[in-house]
Design a protein around this ligand. Sequence first.
Ligand code: ZN
Length: 372
Amino acid sequence: MNVLLYARVSTESQAQLGHSLEAQINTMREYASQMSWVVAGEYIDRGLSGRSNERAAFLAMINFATSPHANISAILVHKLDRFSRSREDAIFYKALLKKKGVSVISITEPLEASPAGLLVEGILETIAEFYSQNLAEEVKKGQLQVAKKGLNQSEAPLGYRSENGVLIVNAYEAEIIRSIFHGCLQNYSYRQIAHSIETKYQKRLHPATIAYILKNQAYLGHRIWNRRRKDGSIRPESEWIIALNSHEPLISQATFTKVEKILQAKKPHPKTHLFSGLCQCNYCKSTLTCYTQGENVKLICRKKGCPGVSILESKLEKFVFESLAMLYHHAYPYESYNLCELENKDLKRLILLTAIQIINLDQKQVEIVYLN
Ligand SMILES: [Zn+2]
């Protein structure tokens, strides 16, 4: 089978502690040759901070390994922590590769197949499916340098002017931008903010433009390309190309995050609750109903006369995803990815449905998992 080798050092001390790139690569070459595997490529990152733009080789490798005719069966790493800089990353890329039939093999930490492993693999596949659109984004990030040259420089956003493609702060407009973010922090509506800007600065902005500005990462100092189609309509965010820290920010990350939370809270709640239709009453076996009570979602049994207890969704969520995280850890003892940390509710529900499906398919194996 064909394999790729990947090596990375992220700190000076690692490089000195015998994890040097040469040592990693040499050990992997020996391992591959012992197994009679063909090394189809070697990828090396020397980035010290592990930021994505310093992982060009990693992204190039993912790009190659997942391309249609690459015919790669596995990526070898010296240790799993070389593969990714964060747990979020590890699960994302591993799931992505798995979808293309590429596994990640740590030559110093061999993994055993277990029932927990099978369950986790199923969950990984679900996550990969969910994120398949993000693949385009990740690959594009890797190709940013190339893309930058080819793409037309987009117009400078309000608050900046463009000088030879570099964004320079326009002091007067910058004040408007800060005022818009301030207005949002005060919990004013888009319409109210637009009105106050017009009064104060004689600048007319549509409420939809206000909404757009409040989400624009250009104000954090990041440049974004590929946002609009040729016909002027806006592409989904997953298709944007983002260059971090390319110019002076107008808004602090703390303010931007606060505003993000305020905007999030304005969004209507998802229609389907996380556990909708999935839980049974422990007394009468009828399906529990989810309902919203203030900030909380509760699951209760609505059957007349049933003494069934109610439970907070957040409590159940914590329990279920902590259990799944334990299974994950059981299957991949050298990692500790916490599924509880996933923020997307739709993805969480998909994971639940997948887990339930797998459990129903193979009750015996799952019993073994429980025993373990
Ligand atoms: Zn009941």
